[in-house]
Write a protein that binds this ligand. Structure first.
Ligand SMILES: CC(C)(COP(=O)(O)OP(=O)(O)OC[C@H]1O[C@@H](n2cnc3c(N)ncnc32)[C@H](O)[C@@H]1OP(=O)(O)O)[C@@H](O)C(=O)NCCC(=O)NCCS
Length: 167
């Protein structure tokens, strides 16, 4: 079997991305048009894990503001002009293809952030993935009241995390 590799997502990948999202996140549903908006607004951060002609996973990221998170299943409308972080909206990979691929995606995202002058990565950890993200250099950050309210739409264990990239 050839090795899965991350590549930039194309419009035609939306159906596969949406199918994986539905399978992996049955309790956190998002409309395909909400996912495709991110691909349109920030194609650099939106990748699929390709293996032969199949899609085994996806990662969606876009510039955003620290301490702010887009509502689940909500449109971004536009990217902030003064973004101060690259926000990893989601990474999801089919079980058979896991093992090192989240690390590889984050490495790519880190390079994109650095080349755009962004020095912080942000995400919301769900399903108790906090330890996994800590292995990738993220740390939990206390949420202010507004962020705390928004986190609740991501489930009870949702934790806001940042990773400073340094120089
Ligand atoms: C999150 C997901 C993409 C990770 O994929 P993966 O290929 O298994 O991730 P990696 O192997 O690159 O893991 C990164 C690091 O976390 C570690 N790790 C993986 N799973 C872990 C777990 N359950 N608990 C603790 N650490 C874990 C890995 O060992 C690795 O560390 P290392 O490189 O130092 O060994 C995959 O598990 C998935 O699709 N999960 C369901 C969707 C999901 O939860 N997405 C995240 C939403 S916030």
């Amino acid at each position: 079997m050839s090795k899965p590799r991350w590549r930039r997502a194309h419009k035609g990948d939306l159906e596969a991305i949406s199918a994986i999202a539905t399978r992996i996140h049955p309790d956190l549903p998002e409309r395909p048009e909400v996912l495709s908006e991110k691909m349109r607004l920030y194609p650099d951060g939106c990748r699929v894990l390709a293996i032969a002609n199949e899609i085994a996973g996806y990662g969606l990221a876009h510039p955003w503001m620290r301490q702010h998170i887009p509502p689940l299943d909500g449109f971004l409308e536009r990217l902030p002009q003064a973004a101060d972080c690259l926000y990893l909206h989601d990474v999801a990979v089919l079980p058979d293809y896991r093992g090192g691929v989240a690390r590889a995606y984050v490495t790519e995202i880190e390079q994109i952030a650095r080349s755009s002058g962004i020095t912080t990565l942000a995400l919301v950890s769900v399903y108790g993935t906090r330890v996994l993200w800590e292995r990738l250099g993220f740390h939990p950050v206390a949420a202010d009241a507004a962020l705390h309210d928004k986190l609740s739409s991501y489930g009870a264990t949702a934790t806001y995390m940042l990773r400073e990239l340094g120089r």
